[in-house]
Design a protein around this ligand. Structure first.
Ligand code: SF4
Length: 217
């Protein structure tokens, strides 16, 4: 059974101080854009979800701005459209989060909850934030399937589960058992990956089709 660290909640506090570089980045963004969220982006979705989608970290003008994972940056457009198509979301998606979008049987979280400069968290920041990911996973009583978006997410999910990063194959479309969960890996739905064709909508959809089949099978 997955045991989170004592006293660690699934969602970090709004003023989490654990990563000095990211705290400074939050403060700089807050100074430049006081109307932005500029904090650890809370996970989005129902607590009884059977599917968890684990991203890398908030984008500066995405979740760091709006406070909702994958909301406001390019990656969210494909992610939410795909989730909606596969029955894991309903409602209207707005890039400013001013919508009625809700997730169905699905939660979205991130390996690192604060926006990192250049979208690149440092190893120590991944380690600092991992106990929150462990606690997040442990607090989902019906969880069965985890979709990881990108290799940083894959590694952190495995470590959050108390496994080695080598316990599951990297790459797009790979699948493995990790404790009681099935992990499905996808390339990240970033602008870079979709613009270069490394990840096509069909490739992305196939991952969530598999998640749907696992949950409904
Ligand atoms: S990234 Fe995670 S551990 Fe680091 S300051 Fe933000 S919430 Fe805290």
């Amino acid at each position: 059974m997955l045991r989170p660290e004592a006293g660690v909640e699934p969602e970090p506090p709004r003023d989490c101080p654990l990563c000095p570089r990211l705290v400074a980045y939050r403060a700089a963004n807050a100074q430049a854009h006081p109307d932005w969220f500029n904090g650890p982006a809370a996970s989005f979705g129902p607590e009884d979800a059977r599917l968890l989608v684990a991203g890398l970290a908030p984008g500066r003008t995405g979740a760091n701005r709006t406070g909702r994972p994958f909301t406001g940056d390019h990656a969210g457009v494909l992610l939410y459209a795909t989730l909606e198509k596969m029955g894991f979301a309903r409602g209207r998606y707005d890039p400013n989060g001013e919508d009625d979008l809700e997730l169905v049987d699905c939660m979205i979280s991130n390996a690192v909850r604060c926006a990192p400069p250049g979208n690149k968290p440092e190893g120590s920041e991944e380690s600092n934030c991992r106990p929150f990911l462990t606690a997040r996973i442990a607090a989902l009583p019906r969880l069965k399937v985890i979709v990881t978006l990108g290799d940083v997410s894959r590694r952190n999910v495995l470590k959050a589960l108390g496994l080695k990063a080598s316990a599951g194959l990297p790459g797009h479309g790979t699948e493995f058992q990790a404790g009681p969960y099935v992990v499905l890996n996808s390339y990240h739905c970033s602008r870079l990956n979709t613009n270069t064709g490394r990840l096509t909508p069909a490739m992305f959809e196939a991952v969530f089709e598999r998640a749907r089949a696992l949950l409904d099978g």
